[in-house]
Write a protein that binds this ligand. Structure first.
Ligand code: HSE
Length: 431
C-alpha cells in the first residue's frame, strides 16, 4: 500500500475532525484505497490543544508552522486556520516548498484566489478547496467534474448554516431575531461577533467561489450585492407565510445577457420550493445546467465531521494524483478566463414583497398603487389586517415582476406621502 504524508495547520473544530478520520483504526480509506494519507505533523499556535487530542507519540505537534513547511517528507499541507493572514503567507510558502494545499478558507479564496492559484500553477502544485463551501456537500466536485458537460445557467441556495438556523427558529417557533441569534450562539453555531454570518459576508465568499467554478469567469468580488438578516422582523415572516412564501437567506448567481447577477439577501420562496424545507443548520444548493436541468445538493453545511469529510476527500484526490490533473486543467482562477461584470442590483428583476406602515383611512391604497403604477410596478396581491401599531396599520403587498431601480424610485416617492408613517420594508422573491 502506498502512503503520503500530511501536515495540518490549525487544529480547531474541523482540524480535530480531520485528525479523527486520519487516525481512525478501521478507516474507510484503508478499505477503499491503495494510497493512504498519513498524518505526520500538526502546527497550532495554541500548544494546549495538544492536551485535548489523543495523538500517537510519532506525530509531531508544534507551534511553529515552518517546521511542517520545511519538512521535505510532508507532501500536503492542510490549512485550517481561516482568515486572510497569516493563512495567505503560509499557503504561499508551502507552495514554494513544493507542497500541495488543501484548504477550507473561503474568505481567502474569494478575495485572493486568483493570486494563490497563479502561485500554485507556477510551483506545479495544486490547491483543493471542497470544504470551503457547503461543508460536507461535494458541491465543488459536482460543479467542476459532475456538471462539466453543462453550461451552468444558475446556482442558488442556502450556504450559511447559522443564518438558516436563526431564520428557521424565527419561522417555526416565532422567536424574534435577537433571541434566535442568542440561541444560535449558545448552540455554538454563531460566533460571539456574528457579523460574518448574519451580514451575509460568509455567504458572499461562498457565492464567489461557486460562481467562479460554475460559470468559469472572473469578476470583482467587491461588486457582489450583500444584505444580511439582522433587520428581519417577525411580522414579515408571518405576512410572507400568509402569502404562501418562506423566508431564507439566499446566495444567487445567474447568467443574464452580458453580465452575471451575484447577490446575497433575504429572499422569499414559495412554500413548495425545495429550498423552503431546508431547515436548521442544513445547506442546499440548486444548480441549473443546460444538459442536466435542475439539480439540488443537500446536507450539513458546517460542523466538525461534515467539513472534515470534505477535507479528507480533497486529500485523497491529491494522493491519487487527481487534484493535480483537475487543478491544472481548470481555467477557473487561472487569469485566462473571461472577466465579466456583475449586474448592478438596480437592474435586477424580481417580484417584491412590500410592507408599508400607513394611516388607516380611505384612499391610501389608491395613492400607493398610483405611484407604483407610474413606475410600471403591478400589484399581485394585498393584505391588510386590523392591527394598529401606534395608530397605524401595516399594508402588505406582493408585486409582479419589476425592475429594482423602478421600485426604489417608487418607494422614494411613496415615502414622501403623509399617509406613510414608518419606513417601508421590502423583500425580494425567487420563484
Ligand atoms: N459559519 C458558517 C455557517 C460555517 O454558519 O454556515 C462555515 O462555513
Amino acid at each position: 500500500m502506498r502512503t503520503f504524508n500530511v501536515g495540518i495547520v490549525g487544529v480547531g473544530i474541523v482540524g480535530t475532525g480531520v485528525v479523527k478520520i486520519l487516525l481512525e483504526k478501521h478507516s474507510p480509506l484503508l478499505e477503499k484505497l491503495d494510497c493512504v494519507p498519513v498524518l505526520k505533523g500538526i502546527a497550532d499556535r495554541n500548544l494546549d490543544v495538544r492536551n485535548r487530542i489523543d495523538l500517537p507519540s510519532d506525530i509531531l505537534f508544534t507551534d511553529d508552522v515552518d517546521i511542517l513547511i520545511n519538512d521535505p517528507d510532508i507532501h500536503v499541507i492542510i490549512e485550517l486556520i481561516g482568515g486572510l493572514h497569516p493563512a495567505k503567507e503560509i499557503i504561499t510558502k508551502a507552495l514554494e516548498k513544493g507542497k500541495d494545499i488543501v484548504t477550507a478558507n473561503k474568505m481567502l479564496l474569494a478575495l485572493h484566489g486568483l493570486e494563490l492559484f497563479r502561485k500554485a500553477r507556477q510551483c506545479g502544485k495544486s490547491i483543493s478547496f471542497e470544504a470551503s463551501v457547503g461543508g460536507g456537500i461535494p458541491v465543488i466536485a459536482a460543479l467542476r467534474d459532475g456538471f462539466i458537460a453543462n453550461r451552468i445557467e444558475s446556482i442558488f441556495g442556502i450556504v450559511n448554516g447559522t443564518t438558516n438556523y436563526i431564520l428557521t427558529k424565527m419561522t417555526k417557533e416565532h422567536v424574534k431575531y435577537s433571541d434566535a441569534l442568542a440561541e444560535a450562539q449558545k448552540m455554538g453555531y454563531a460566533e460571539k461577533d456574528p457579523s460574518m454570518d448574519v451580514d451575509g459576508i460568509d455567504s458572499s465568499h461562498k457565492l464567489a467561489i461557486l460562481a467562479r467554478i460554475g460559470f468559469g469567469v472572473d469578476f470583482d468580488y467587491k461588486d457582489i450585492y450583500c444584505e444580511g438578516i439582522s433587520t428581519i422582523d417577525l411580522s414579515d415572516i408571518w405576512y410572507a407565510h400568509e402569502l404562501g412564501y418562506t423566508l431564507k437567506l439566499l446566495a444567487v448567481a445567474k447568467r443574464i445577457k452580458s453580465a452575471i447577477e451575484l447577490r446575497v439577501h433575504p429572499t422569499l420562496l414559495p412554500h413548495d420550493h425545495p429550498l423552503s424545507s431546508v431547515n436548521g443548520v442544513f445547506n442546499a444548493i440548486c444548480v441549473n445546467g443546460s444538459a442536466v436541468g435542475e439539480t439540488m445538493l443537500y446536507g450539513k453545511g458546517a460542523g466538525q465531521m461534515p467539513t472534515a469529510s470534505a477535507v479528507v476527500a480533497d486529500l485523497v484526490d491529491v494522493g491519487l494524483g487527481r487534484a493535480g490533473i483537475t487543478f491544472h486543467a481548470m481555467k477557473t482562477f487561472s487569469g485566462n478566463c473571461e472577466h465579466i461584470s456583475i449586474a448592478d442590483i438596480m437592474q435586477i428583476k424580481t417580484r417584491y414583497y412590500l410592507r408599508f406602515s400607513v394611516v388607516d383611512k380611505p384612499g391610501v391604497l389608491a395613492k400607493i398603487s398610483g405611484i407604483l403604477g407610474n413606475y410600471e410596478i403591478s400589484i399581485a396581491s394585498v393584505i391588510q389586517h386590523k392591527i394598529k401599531e401606534n395608530g397605524n396599520v401595516p399594508l402588505v403587498m406582493m408585486t409582479h415582476l419589476a425592475e429594482e431601480g423602478n421600485l426604489q424610485k417608487a418607494l422614494t416617492e411613496i415615502k414622501r406621502l403623509d399617509i406613510i408613517k414608518d419606513s417601508t420594508k421590502f423583500l425580494r422573491v425567487e420563484e
